[in-house]
Design a binder for this molecule. Structure first.
Ligand SMILES: [Zn+2]
Length: 243
């Protein structure tokens, strides 16, 4: 029988019940459980920890461990690419408006989310701690906020995304990069009034949705300009209607 103690710091305390915050927590164990296993016994998923290289070593009898949150994230494949669980559909749309490669499937099972995050080196955003605790998940983060606008503010702040905004270049339905298309090819899909004034069109190569710079486009750009102003905890500004 062994005994170690853990003290969780910073935002990791959010993940503990109130009576376990700000104090040493006792961990009794048999055999040689890994640090990852011990941390997750307290409900703290390993991707949230500040020193992930240490996670597979065994916990030693008698040790006291200070556990700090992961404060900085680097994009796993050199570019911010996300994968969102089925509860984060609105956040997925917001991230696509900002130009981020964001995979989202409404009915994606956990096995697929974990393996896709691993295989495609995508940052998995989820509200499900059990999913984040899977060994296959190397790059992931727990979304703590309950509403989409707070989730967006949290995500922008946590990953320092503002310098990487490249808005209105992706299909909001299916994430593909849009490509210019001649007006003549999409004339039948454009409202009559728009045909009179607009000459530039983009089309999704995957689902064929057509986009053009109408009034909704302008209000989305204004919204993105507001999002460029850093806000740590306030909800993001309200998006244009229908977003
Ligand atoms: Zn599309």
């Amino acid at each position: 029988m062994g005994r170690a103690r853990f003290h969780f710091h910073g935002v990791l305390e959010d993940l503990l019940p109130a009576h376990q915050r700000g104090t040493w927590l006792v961990y009794d164990f048999r055999g040689a459980p890994s640090l990852k296993h011990a941390l997750e016994t307290f409900g703290v998923p390993h991707p949230e920890i500040g020193a992930p290289s240490d996670l597979h070593r065994p916990v030693r009898d008698g040790e006291d461990l200070h556990i700090f949150p992961r404060l900085s994230f680097a994009p796993p494949g050199g570019e911010w690419r996300f994968l969102l669980d089925c509860h984060l559909g609105r956040l997925a749309k917001y991230l696509r408006i900002l130009g981020f490669d964001t995979l989202y499937e409404k009915h994606a099972p956990d096995d697929w989310l974990a393996s896709t995050s691993h295989d495609q080196r995508r940052m998995l955003l989820t509200m499900d701690r059990g999913l984040l605790m899977r060994s296959l998940v190397e790059h992931g983060a727990l979304v703590r906020s309950a509403t989409p606008r707070l989730q967006l503010a949290e995500t922008i702040h946590r990953f320092r995304l503002q310098p990487h905004f490249r808005p209105l270049r992706r299909c909001l339905r299916c994430n593909a990069l849009l490509a210019p298309v001649p007006k003549s090819q999409v004339l039948h899909r454009i409202p009559p009034k728009t045909r009179l004034w607009c000459e530039e069109f983009l089309q999704c190569p995957s689902c064929a949705q057509v986009y053009w710079p109408g009034s909704h486009h302008d209000s989305m750009l204004q919204w993105v300009a507001l999002l460029r102003q850093p806000s740590k905890s306030a909800p993001s500004p309200a998006p244009p209607e229908d977003c």
